[in-house]
Ligand binder design. Sequence first.
Ligand SMILES: Nc1nc2c(ncn2[C@@H]2O[C@H](COP(=O)(O)O[C@H]3[C@@H](O)[C@H](n4cnc5c(=O)[nH]c(N)nc54)O[C@@H]3COP(=O)(O)O)[C@@H](O)[C@H]2O)c(=O)[nH]1
Length: 780
Amino acid sequence: MRPTWLNTAFQNGRGLSLAYVLLSCFLLIVIWTITFTRIHNEKALAVESSVADSKNVAAIISSNLEEVLSKALLYSRIGQSVLDGDAHASSYLSPLFLGDSAYLRVAIFDANARLVYSSARQKDEPEFAQLINAAYVSSLMYSQRQGGMIISPPLKKDGYTWRVPLLIPIKNKKDELQGFFTAILDLGYFLRTYKDVSISSGSRIEILNATGFQLAELSGSTLSGGSNFAGEEYALFLVDNKTDGEIHAVRPGEREQQIGVSRKLERYPLAVIVSRDPDYVLGKLTEPHREYRYQAVIISVIVLLFCYALVHIAHRRKRLYEKLLYSEREKSGLIDQLEMEKSRAYQLASHDYLTGIPNRMLFHEIAATELSRARRSRKLYALFFLDLDKFKVINDTLGHAVGDALLQNVAKRLRSVLREYDLVARLGGDEFVVLVSEIAAEERIAEIARTLLTAISEPYPDLEGHEVQTTPSIGIALYPRDGQSVDELLTSADAAMYTAKKAGSGTYRFYDASLNASAARGLELLARFRQAIKADEFRLHYQPKVALQNFEIVGLEALIRWEHPEHGLIFPNDFIPLAEDHDLIIPLGHWIIKEVCRQLAEWRKRGITPVPVAINVSVKQLQDELLLETILSALKKYKLPPFLLEIEVTESCFIGDIDSAKSVLEKLRDEGLRISLDDYGTGYSSLSHIKTLPVYALKIDRSFIRDIRNDNSDAMIVASTVSLARNLGLKVIAEGVESKEQLMHLKVIGCDEVQGFYLQRPVSAEQIETILQKGKFDPL
Ligand SMILES: Nc1nc2c(ncn2[C@@H]2O[C@H](COP(=O)(O)O[C@H]3[C@@H](O)[C@H](n4cnc5c(=O)[nH]c(N)nc54)O[C@@H]3COP(=O)(O)O)[C@@H](O)[C@H]2O)c(=O)[nH]1
């Protein structure tokens, strides 16, 4: 992820422009670095190859020069024979010397510097006199390394400076000076032989003697000489120990440093310098290097133009982005305004202006959605229609302001006594409606009606300075019994409200008249409950669970009934919710546990093979601290293995304090009891959540089985539950099987067990005994 400031910078174009400029600078640096490096390298290479070439030339020249000088040594030995008095020796010398163009003339002197022989047949040789003096001055100590040779600049200033005289002292066997061999060496002739081979217009060959005097120079085709470099930096190489090397000094008289190499002759006091004009060496690179720079300039211009174009685009983008942002802001402002207007309009259209609660329109909308949910639920839905008694009188006598305040307070009180998700609306005038969803038992409905009645009947101490008291008349309609749609329910509840009004103010009535009696009966049952446990009025009925593989009975479910002395057999839906609400479910639960264990023990005693019996345990029972102890002591008392007792819990046990419910069930499982999840599909638990619970089986709710043959979505839900549960290693039991078709369908999709009226309704312990003895069904 890019940091936010970077994102913003890139979005608004500023960051992009900067990036393009930096990239361009980088490219320019790269382009010019490459260009200059290439130029520099090529120059260095050219200099290097010129130096190597010059070194070769210097080596060849110095080697040839050594050869030429070696001949002078040969001639000096013939000269010794002449000095020894050999009359014919001089006749050997002439032809040899005549064939050697490098030497112009030779002469031999005795030890007293008297001329003994001259090839030029001269009486004296003044040019050599200076050399002979020099030889005496140096006490003839010229080293053998230098061939014992003296080579000096010519005395004659005739322009032929390259015609240099050389002297070789001649010694006898006792190493005494016997005389001198002298010759004029034509270095010009020598150098010219290299003119065509190695020398071009930009090159120069120089021959220096040991003192730094330039004896000869060949520059192009021009011969010259006579410069004295003694003591100059240019000739410093003469005094170092190296034979050859490069010259890094400006030649006297030149402005630029030449690319030069030097080489000293090994045996004679001469040195060769080969140098080249840098312009000449590097001149051929000038054009290609100009070309490189030209290319670099063109590429740089392209890069700059490209950069300019990109920056321009980025700026345009920035401007567009700003415009877009602006219009987005404007648009979202408009949308917000419209939304506000819309919600205000909706609020006005859907809510009662006086009380702020939903009006008839919104009530219809929400109630319709609630009823569509109600189809899946096994709970009850009730619509309460309320009308305030004597409201017209209050309004007419105390004024509209008091009437309005009363309506507002009634709405508040209704809201305050109901759950958040119960629906309260004002239909108009003094008519209110309340839709209460998911009511566990019918008895609860009467309780709710009484709560509403009490809340509204309380005095209103200060309504615009007046104390007011009123009562409501409440009509109650139940879904789906009294109406399938909102309108039908409203009509029924309205009718019931009129019945209530007729019965006298401050009362409630059910649309189904029989329920008025049952509401009263609820109170009566409650009053007798504890006594009923003591008087042993409760009974357990049993319904078999059958394996679909072979239709054998694999278990039973124990279902409670109340054998009331006056009302006869009462079913659990009529008293279990009452018992739950008034903390009576715990003593009842203890009774059921003991009774099931007692029954199992009795069957075993009578030789009937017992099968596991499941009991229903509610949330409240799971919170009972004595539950585990009661179960274990009952199993112990009747010496029953724990697997014979099963526990059925609903998903509602895992809403709220899930950990404590889970821990109780885990303890029970650890003791060997099996836990199954009842009414699966009516709650919100996902299979992945169920996997974390200590359950071994799922009981698919009968509302899914009812239409399994006709409703595709029910069939799909059941099939996928079976397959997913199997993957999780859970058993699947289908409840509410009422037909052969449902049974076959469930067998085909791989359901494990079924329970339902088709095979067997719940029956008394005596009746189930016969069925248990048979052990299996034959439903096909
Ligand atoms: N906490 C306790 N709850 C209990 C106990 N005994 C029962 N109950 C719960 O009361 C609800 C109603 O029970 P009941 O009226 O006994 O109905 C059971 C069956 O008779 C009924 N059933 C079985 N087969 C079919 C069928 O094919 N069609 C059909 N319409 N009804 C059928 O289902 C009820 C059993 O349901 P379930 O428990 O989900 O397996 C009920 O919620 C009971 O749980 C008790 O001792 N303690």
